[in-house]
Ligand binder design. Sequence first.
Ligand code: NFS
Length: 681
Amino acid sequence: MAEIKKPVAKAAAPKAAEPKLADPIAATIDPASQEMIVRAQKMGIDTVFDRAVAMKPCNIGIQGICCKNCAMGPCRLPLPKGGIEGEDTRKGLCGATANTIAARNFIRMIAGGASAHSDHGRCVAEVFLSAARKETEAYKIKDINKLLQIAPHLGVAITVEKDGEVMDRDVDEIALEVAEKAMNEWGKPEGELLFAKRAPATLYEKWKKHGVVPRNIDREIVEIMHRTHMGVDQDYKNLMKQGTRAAIADGWGGSMLATDLQDVLFGTPYPLQSEANLGIMKEDHVNIIVHGHEPVLSEMIVAVAQKPEMIEYAKSKGAKGIQLGGICCTANEILQRHGVPTATTFLSQELAIITGACDAMVVDIQCIMQNLANVAKCFHTKLITTHPIAKMEQDNVIHIEFDEHYALEDAEKIVKMGIDNFANRGAEVMIPHQKCTQIAGFGVESIQYHLGGTFRGSYYTLNDNIINGRIRGIAGVVGCNNARTRHNEAHIQVVKELIKNDVIVLTTGCNGIACAMEGLLTPEAAAVHCGPGLAEVCEVVGIPPVLHMGSCVDNSRILLAATEVVKAGGLGKDICDIPVAGSAPEWMSEKAISIGHYFVVSGVYTVFGVTLPTSGAPVFHNHICKDYEKLYGGMWDIEPDPIKHAHLMIAHIDKKRKELGIDKARERVLMDMADRQALEG
Ligand code: NFS
């Protein structure tokens, strides 16, 4: 094979310019992150905040109109200055139009996102199967109620008839059959995704009519890769149809299975108290940060770090104990089930090491920046990768492959490594003091309990409060941070504007972490930030105005909560009828596009911040907005300004209230409040 030669420099390189650095205040709204950015800059360590200043994004790529699916290109189709007048004649070498290129790119993002969520789900299903077969000691069926709840949706009977009598079936038998049926969902040769029928009947019928009910999870993702290969599908509408099928396979398939099986294995979350931000790290403790996504690993780290002999071992090395902290969705997983505090969000992950107090950072899959290794090199931090599909090339990274059959032993090795490293800390420890209290761990079941009817068995009270107007509507605000926007600013502004206008917020992912860092996940936040109706409900029930529902695969909890609202009655027959809207103010990952799309085709009006990779193909952009609203009742929208963003959602919620004929009720509620305030005055 011919050797690829490095390009030869033609002239002497100019003297290196001073590197451009981020302005910490402009980079983030979080004081703890600002403090750590300043520190990193003083130490000459670059972080994503500096790199975002030094490198600008490609202006054609972000518009979705660069095709690099074959080696004749990349073909770039910039919009002519002043926009398109008349016919759009732009085309690539093969003749692909801007619409085809943007649609191909968009659904490849869906494939990337759906595969990430679903492969995570598959990994959980494999561990579940091992547990059901009793091949591993470390994992057990913890939540039998949840097992019995999901079994029928997978076609698994929970009772048997014997001698004319109906009896409960053996739990081990049910678990094994659930595991096998679940595993089948990724690659079964015929039939359709079983969980699709968990959607409201009208929605399922819509999917059926449009031919987008997934056959199995893997197939829909593979078919996207085929259809976007050079010279296959060249109709943006047909391409998007496949994108829709794969997105449903994610939200109502891979992600939903991940959430459900995790709940059965590790327990269904219920509200609990914890803390968030870098101030959760402790100078006199061994600090171990778990970062990534699959709770299969982090659950074991939590179990081991709590063992008395491990704490004793830490004490024998001069520490007062072990402090665990989480980053990204791993943080959300161990927060919602164990109350482990959250260290920080995606964008500020490097900053946890900049404290100088991170003795070990353990990572698995997704949203892990490769630069962590370079930052870790500047400190004593052991950076440990654990997953066979996610390694790093830098030589200071330690790989300890996590095997579910030896899970506790592997976790012990990792925790001990962190403890042994405590003594190697330099003098440079500097932990910001900021941290906030948070209540997390909400889910379909706990909302039912807190906002349920008289016997707390349905969503009746929630619906009633929506109908009477105290709660104007429901918003799902989710997603990442993006270095192209000020860290956490849009998250917080969108959420505050919504709750100020009586819209209750369900959050997951890094939005949940941002809200926790801002103190919005406490019942007390209601009196400070909410409109009068929502404040009253939160006060009576004792819940925060922003309900943390978990990690990004747990967006499936939001889909099921919306389905429960439909079932409880009074707010229409389908998700698209209820006053609900979705948002990802600072999105960046392919997973966010897949989530956005399954929200849209489940009937939710969904607004993204930052930018959408569709702006270079206006006809295609229009298709996923206007046409999709006609097809599925939900649509995409884009608005980078957080306040306008929130008001687009509120306008949609009001439109739905009007369609349901409940807009007048809200006016009455507000008049009541005004009257009351006048009386108080
Ligand atoms: Ni979601 Fe979770 Fe955060 Fe974005 Fe990444 S952690 S799976 S992708 S960055 S919200």
